[in-house]
Design a protein around this ligand. Structure first.
Ligand code: XIL
Length: 381
């Protein structure tokens, strides 16, 4: 026994050294942060295609780096429910099946949203807006059919997306015009009935703005007290670097604290960081907002200056420090679009620019930011 002790000790030391080494060579953001939250990414329909589309090579990068995925477009109403009596789950099934076979958790995005909603949804056959009762029935049928199709496969849903304006007013969407604010509560109730096991989320942009996050919190707080099945209020996080990193980060920290008062968790659902000039002080992520292309708004068509990349790294490090501090409130940190080449920021809010908004470059190589964020959490251990 005495003789075995040093061998046991040596084995233990070897095991510890190996695990330290694994830790040091960890390159997956999701694994590095898994004790705090899920790390997710949005996936487009070409990345999960069954043909030889060049973007299918992204899939390995997605599986190696993330543990939660959300469809960038293919589960939206206009795609899955293009006509009143026709559903089309072809792309969505392809995405969900591929994600599940790689053991990735899936977020369904999204059930009720003013944008990318099928044209028929709010109108009758004469082209008039439908009555409140008809819209309720359509919402219930849509939510129930979509959620039950994916029941047991899709763990969580963005039930309502972008129902507030930045100043805190209700968005004057057709859902709101026909049903008033009740449509939000109804959507959550229908969703809970359709799949009582699913996690149910509210999702919005510009949630760094106090006017918006406070309105969202004030709206949901009494409903949650009365039993609304809301899992979390998520913040999209489409950020513009030139808007001022430190202010953005401290504003988001205030938003996390505000959402905490509602008694639900929070998270980031669509993070990206545009490094291009901000036209006309634009903010938010209303997908219909567009500005004309001007060359001076597209300064990095050849390459991104190294100093700019350092600013980006510093932004994410400071942002993640704030997230780590508030980790008990956060369930998911999700990025929007895998790489700079396929990021929607190249076309929003100005079409055809060259942005550098994601964590992976145009060759799918992780930017130095990724290693720095992994280093950050390793130092916390
Ligand atoms: C965007 C997609 O990335 C684009 O490809 C599409 O053209 C428009 O929608 N808020 C959301 C996302 O909730 O669904 C949006 O995604 C970005 C803003």
């Amino acid at each position: 026994m005495k003789k075995l002790l040093p061998i046991g000790l040596a084995l233990m030391m070897a095991a510890c050294a190996a695990s330290d080494k694994n830790n040091e060579t960890e390159t997956s953001l999701a694994k590095a942060y898994e004790k705090y939250w899920y790390t997710g990414i949005s996936v487009n329909q070409w990345e999960t295609a069954s043909d030889n589309n060049p973007q299918t090579k992204d899939w390995k990068v997605i599986v190696d780096n993330f543990n939660w995925v959300v469809a960038e477009n293919c589960m939206k109403c206009e795609v899955v429910h293009p006509e009143q009596n026709r559903y089309d789950f072809t792309l969505a099934d392809q995405f969900v099946d591929k994600a599940l076979s790689a053991n990735l958790k899936v977020m369904g995005h999204c059930l009720i949203w003013h944008s990318q909603c099928a044209k028929w949804f709010h109108y009758d056959s004469d082209g008039n807006l439908v009555s409140a009762d008809t819209l309720k029935a359509r919402m219930k049928e849509h939510i129930t059919t979509v959620m039950q199709h994916f029941k047991g496969r899709v763990a969580a849903w963005d039930v309502c997306n972008e129902c507030f304006e930045d100043d805190g007013a209700f968005r004057n969407s057709l859902f709101y015009q026909i049903l008033g604010e009740d449509f939000i509560k109804l959507a959550f109730e229908y969703a809970h009935e359709a799949d009582p096991d699913a996690e149910l989320y509210y999702n919005d942009y510009s949630m760094n703005k106090a006017s918006k996050v406070e309105a969202v919190a004030n709206f949901f707080a009494p409903l949650v007290k009365n039993g609304l099945p809301l899992t979390a209020i998520n913040m999209q996080g489409h950020i513009i670097l030139d808007d001022g990193a430190q202010k953005i980060i401290s504003d988001y920290e205030h938003s996390i604290e505000t959402i905490k008062t509602v008694g639900v968790k929070t998270g980031f659902s669509e993070l990206d960081l545009s490094v291009l000039p901000n036209p006309y002080g634009f903010s938010g992520a209303n997908v219909s907002d567009k500005f004309a292309y001007r060359p001076e708004m597209d300064p990095y068509i050849d390459s991104l200056p190294a100093a700019r990349q350092l600013e980006i790294d510093q932004f994410w490090i400071d942002f993640f420090k704030m997230l780590i501090k508030n980790r008990d409130e956060i369930t998911r940190v999700n990025f929007w679009c895998l790489n700079d080449g396929n990021s929607w920021r190249n076309d929003f809010p100005i079409r055809g620019r060259k942005d550098y908004a994601t964590l992976f470059d145009r060759d799918n190589k992780p930017k130095p930011t990724v290693a720095k964020l992994i280093e950050l959490v390793r130092n916390k251990q």
